[in-house]
Design a protein around this ligand. Structure first.
Ligand code: ACO
Length: 328
């Protein structure tokens, strides 16, 4: 294991179609005001001809261009997703083929909205000095949404984001400083999606026959309580491991599930507004893609500089939570 963990490039890719809250009022009994007040969301992008794979490939291509690295220099490709196009082949091998990263091993992970930070931990543990990884979060959650269920449909969006991470001691400027992860499987039923039907000729089970079991079903209040309790705890644990105070952190790159959750975490940890960047208004909850999309925008807008200390935190289905502290 190496402490070198240097982000050389960051990128995002969004489907071209944008759906406003107002447009959703034509599909379900909701209002722009309710969605804005309860979630902070104003619009989201929805894949029309894009796929989880095509969005991930676009991110991978941008990461290579920015870093001026050949695809053959990549050793590892991880795609975090809960909405892959296929169960097999997974998304990451398709990215590997599309960019020609012949040397890389490639696989997907699914930790729902916490997938990206779990991927950061895997990259950190896998990379040997001199090796390089692409870590991408890519989602087309629109395929898991019942577009007539107002309790979930207003929340989610599609998109992808990613990082090119190196452990090359000669070029790496950044560092891994700490991490904390926790799983609460007994509470997993509070947020479900994508149940697979059992279709063999001998099956006596009927679950999955109901198409609603494919779509998101969420006890929003329970997930809200989980997030506002476990996210601050996870951040505190990760900071303790890094021997840092919250005031040492330039920005907390939190999963964009709900603006109210982000603000509540900020209050509990006594954070300044500038430490809590948000872009949920434009994208909604893009699960594993939300932190890298936000981070790519922060870098593009020069809101982070080399040497800044940052926290990434993801939480959601599982139920799962994870926090990472790095120096950029
Ligand atoms: N439009 C209008 N009214 C609505 C809508 C809507 N879209 N959705 C629900 N309502 C109504 C409800 O029916 C309820 O009406 P009632 O009082 O007459 O019964 C009222 O609004 C309040 O509903 P609540 O569910 O109590 O609203 P709440 O303030 O809890 O907000 C929300 C709901 C936004 C889902 C919130 O609970 C939340 O953000 N939960 C966390 C979700 C989350 O973080 N998920 C992350 C993980 S996702 C992943 O891992 C993939």
């Amino acid at each position: 294991m190496t402490t070198n963990f240097s982000i050389l490039a960051s990128a995002k890719a969004l489907p071209t179609t944008k759906v406003t809250n107002q447009e959703l009022t034509q599909l379900m009994a909701t209002s722009d005001d309710w969605i804005k007040q309860r979630t902070g969301i104003r619009s989201r992008h929805v894949a029309t001809d894009e796929t989880t794979t095509s969005l991930a490939v676009s991110v991978a291509q941008q990461l290579l261009q920015q870093s001026r690295l050949a695809a053959t220099a990549i050793d590892l490709i991880i795609v975090a997703t809960m909405s892959p196009d296929y169960l097999t082949p997974a998304t990451a091998p398709q990215v590997q083929a599309a960019i020609g990263a012949e040397k890389a091993i490639a696989f997907d992970i699914n930790v729902a909205c916490a997938g990206f930070v779990y991927g950061m931990q895997l990259v950190h543990q896998y990379l040997q000095p001199g090796q390089t990884a692409l870590l991408i979060g890519s989602e087309t959650l629109s395929r898991l949404v019942d577009w007539h269920d107002r309790s979930t449909a207003v929340l989610f969006g599609d998109g992808a984001g990613g990082l090119l991470i190196t452990a090359n001691p000669n070029t790496a400027t950044g560092h891994w400083l700490g991490g904390h992860y926790a799983t609460f499987g007994a509470d997993g039923h509070y947020l479900t999606a994508g149940q697979q039907p059992q279709v063999n000729p001998w099956s006596t089970r009927t679950d999955g026959a109901d198409s609603n079991r494919w779509a998101f079903q969420m006890n929003g209040r329970r997930v809200y309580d989980f997030a506002t309790k476990q996210v601050p705890h996870s951040i505190e644990q990760a900071l303790m491991q890094a021997r840092l105070e919250s005031s040492d952190i330039k920005a907390f790159v939190l999963h964009q599930a709900n603006a109210r959750i982000v603000k509540s975490v900020g209050q509990k940890l006594n954070l300044a507004t500038e430490q809590l960047p948000m872009n949920i208004a434009q994208y909604g909850n893009t699960a594993a893609a939300s932190e890298p999309i936000l981070f790519a925008e922060m870098v593009a807008q020069k809101q982070v500089q080399r040497g800044d200390k940052l926290v990434f935190t993801g939480f959601g289905g599982g139920l799962s939570v994870g926090s990472v502290v790095i120096e950029y």
